[in-house]
Design a binder for this molecule. Sequence first.
Ligand code: MUC
Ligand code: MG
Length: 368
Amino acid sequence: MKITAVEAIPFAIPYSKPLRFASGEVHAAEHVLVRVHTDDGIVGVAEAPPRPFTYGETQDGIVAVIDKVFAPQVIGLTLLEREVVTGRLARTVGNPTAKSAVDMAIWDALGKSLGLPVAELLGGYTDRMRVSHMLGFDDPAIMVAEAEKMRDTYGISTFKVKVGRRPVQLDTAVVRALRDRFGAEVDLYVDGNRGWSASESARAMKEMADLGLLFAEELCPADDVIGRRWLVGQLDVPFIADESVPTAADVTREILAGAATAISIKTARTGFTASRRVHHLAEGLGLEVVIGNQIDGQVGTACALTFGTAFESTSRNAGELSNFLDMTDDLLATPLQISDGHLHRGAGAGIGIEIDPDKLAHYRTDRS
Ligand code: MUC
Ligand code: MG
């Protein structure tokens, strides 16, 4: 079970429909596939999605930090020394998705070595999750039509509506149009990606008070320290911290400061090892959690599903597991399938996926 090599392979897969939100937009999945090899011939995989507007990472930077810093730190360790890996990677500041992909590829290799699903090694609570679909910026009618398509095609009935950075009236009109179209058939919540001020957020939430929202996520920046506390204190729905809580320590700080009352867990930024710490911390603090999406491809989605299905609290709310539907293709030999509004995890060992070598050869960008 000794780690012999770590590969960081950049690839690019176009989106059929770009995703737009307050902090940025994504037109192609320019991610990094991480492969961890062992001396037994096992290969563990995971993917890192660069999100410069959220964590400052770039695709080139992820490849470089893995090749030059992380790979030499983990080669020679065994798959069972995950806390040693965590300690060594922690010597480098930042780089959350690069660290997480290395961590999750090691877990995948461990599961494959043991012949067991990682979801069962982590907790084994369930084998499926309800899916929440994220609706990116567009005209209200187009966003309603997308929700209809998601409901009719995949049975999805929970929607996270992107808001912020455009006229407040336009955002609230979208949420109202969704509620008018679907009534009580759907669950709705909003995510501002820090795009409103605290006072704009308060006004918007008042305007939407009759729309039965489940949550409000990261409506204004956590750096607006007093404004954010003022906002969170007056809301009657949980306020989810997402990009403001990339580490367990950030969760503690934001929650104790009254700057959030729930958290998003994203395996893309905390892997399995640190997500488990965040999950246990949330349980100890009595916080509601949502499995979030870092605009993951199917590899990343399988990782999020693995973690989400491992515990009761992570599988209670619908998980954001459908962004890959906006991509033209993916790397898996057997694509993930959402049906009846649920995603089931594979029964296979590790994270339960297999990379299609032809697809990887086609989409990787490090070889001509
Ligand atoms: C989300 O929940 O915010 C968009 C930006 C980011 O960091 O993650 C995505 C989705
Ligand atoms: Mg968010």
